[in-house]
Design a protein around this ligand. Structure first.
Ligand code: BV8
Ligand code: ZN
Length: 256
């Protein structure tokens, strides 16, 4: 894999950097993605599960799906991709991590400021008044209720629901002002998150994509790494952090 001098230069210049992550960043931690063939939605259609209609129609099935995912995530460990993003946050003075993921693995890897566009699967809330209900034990056969009478639901953003206002506004603002935007492990299909890389690009950012597969975003990217984020991110960061030995840092890593 080869890394351009431009990307290394931007990372070394400590420019305003935004990273947007999707389910692909957690794939190497054993958390299934959404659209992969072993994906979470290979058996169900997303509207079957990740929507208020689904919850109203079959709250037991929806809670069983979320409890299953909590169990998978509980057994998962952050991977080198999550860890590298946590290091970037420590080293770069203006770095923003925006995630579509609800698995909490960025925080577990040490990232402090994580903008969670789609909520967090570890949290619960009342579907009526929105009060946080994290300590409540969930029995899908007897879904607990809030004191206001509302059923408890996972604190994630379902299809057809608005994203948390402050998270989205901040993410858009940082994308607009970014000089380097990394789109990592996302199929760039879910809106409005999928708007962010193009907002950055249209405002002059250098757009980098890391994904084993091409996506709708690939044609717009300035630099594309076809591979796994858990392998690629550590290499990019290592090269960027190497002191330039003979003038120029060795930008050519071993040819993969
Ligand atoms: C909304 C939480 C206002 C729940 C999720 C235009 C504007 C606004 C809305 C829309 C619009 N067009 C359509 C809509 C509606 C909808 C939408 O975008 N639908 C899509 C499917 C077309 N958007 C909404 O409903 C949003 N709400 O905008 O409200 C509104 C309201 C009504 C009507 C209009 C507007 C809410 C969207 C949030 C939904 N909630 N998750 C839960 O998790 O259960 S979305 C879900 O998809 C996850 O959060 C996931 O992260 C996200 C995006 O998917 P990806 O992360 O990209 O995952 P995916 O599997 O697709 O791809 C993984 C990628 O990783 C692949 O490319 C793969 O190649 C790659 N990969 C694999 N291994 C690796 C890897 N990459 C790197 N390394 C590896 N090792
Ligand atoms: Zn309530």
């Amino acid at each position: 894999m080869s890394i351009t001098a431009k990307l290394i230069e931007l990372l070394r210049a400590n420019v305003r950097t935004v990273a947007l992550t999707g389910a692909g960043v957690s794939a190497e931690s054993g958390v299934p993605t959404f659209r992969g063939n072993d994906g979470l939605w290979s058996k169900f259609d997303p509207t079957e599960l990740a929507s208020m209609n689904a919850f109203m129609r079959n709250p037991k099935l929806v809670w069983e799906w979320y409890l299953y995912r909590r169990d998978v995530i509980g057994k998962a460990e952050p991977n080198m991709g999550h860890e590298t993003l946590a290091k970037m946050e420590q080293h770069l003075s203006d770095f923003t991590l925006v995630t579509q993921n609800v698995d909490n693995l960025h925080r577990r890897a040490g990232s402090q400021n994580v903008i969670e566009l789609h909520g967090n699967i570890q949290r619960n809330k009342c579907r009526q008044c929105g009060s946080p209900m994290d300590q409540v034990e969930i029995d899908p056969d007897n879904i607990p209720r809030c004191s206001c009478g509302g059923q408890i639901r996972p604190d994630v953003v379902w299809f057809g629901e608005l994203l948390p206002e402050e998270a989205l506004v901040t993410a858009i603002k940082m994308a607009e002002k970014s000089a380097l935007f990394l789109s990592i492990g996302t199929s760039a299909l879910v809106y409005p998150a999928a708007d962010l890389p193009l907002i950055a690009k249209n405002n002059g950012a250098y757009l980098v994509e890391i994904n084993p597969e091409p996506t709708g975003l690939t044609p717009y990217a300035d630099e594309v790494f076809h591979g796994k984020s858990g392998e690629i991110l550590p290499i990019i960061w290592q090269v960027a952090m190497e002191e330039a030995s003979s003038g120029e840092a060795s930008l050519k890593t071993n040819e993969a």
